[in-house]
Design a protein around this ligand. Structure first.
Ligand code: FES
Ligand code: FES
Length: 189
């Protein structure tokens, strides 16, 4: 068994680990570090449920090997809130009811944080494109789109609200750094 020593900073905390060469990042985060907010669904980089930020770029933790995070910084859903204070993206998802079962939500939120880091004021079409790699089985995408646009306004100093997203029926997008564009991307339901 090839074991690889690594140092990684996860949600601001430094970890010294030794991982098998074939261990995936999602196994490392969930089974080794107990970060169960990282969800495993398709396991083949199709659904986006496992999205985490690796040096601020979104990756699918199901198809990244743990040792590839060596020397890097990881952020998971557990690292967003400050104590009792939710991250503005989390607040917006809650206030817009942008979830039902919530299984897709951690990945959606992490992808949104990455999107707004790259593009603080995206258009609705830019949001749909970026989020294409994150699939939700149960809400439809309208509320998710509204939440993302509202989070953008909040984080840019604008007022809270839910305008600007009416009439959009799809929010799939996201073919960015996760490299999974093109395998899906219908315009919602
Ligand atoms: S579980 Fe990783 S993309 Fe679906
Ligand atoms: S809220 Fe259930 S899969 Fe998205």
């Amino acid at each position: 068994m090839r074991e690889i020593p690594m140092t990684v900073v996860v949600n601001g905390e430094k970890h010294e680990l030794t991982v098998p060469a074939w261990e995936t990042l999602i196994e490392c985060l969930r089974d080794r570090l107990g970060l169960l907010g990282v969800k495993k669904s398709c396991d083949v980089q199709v659904c986006g449920a496992c999205t985490v930020l690796l040096d601020d770029r979104p990756v699918s933790a199901c198809t990244v090997l743990a040792f590839e995070a060596r020397g890097k910084s990881l952020r998971t859903i557990e690292g967003l809130a400050r104590g009792d204070e939710l991250h503005p993206v989390q607040e917006a998802f809650v206030e817009h009811g942008a979830l039902q079962c919530g299984f897709c939500t951690p990945g959606m939120i992490m992808a949104t944080v990455a999107l707004l880091g790259e593009n603080p004021r995206p258009t609705a079409d830019e949001v749909k494109h970026y989020m294409r790699g994150n699939i939700c089985r149960c809400t439809g995408y309208k509320r998710i789109l509204e939440a993302i646009l509202d989070a953008s306004r909040r984080m840019s100093g604008g007022a809270k609200g839910n305008g600007g997203a009416k009439g959009n029926d799809g929010a799939k997008g996201n073919d960015g750094a996760k490299g999974n564009g093109g395998t899906k991307g219908t315009d919602g339901r």
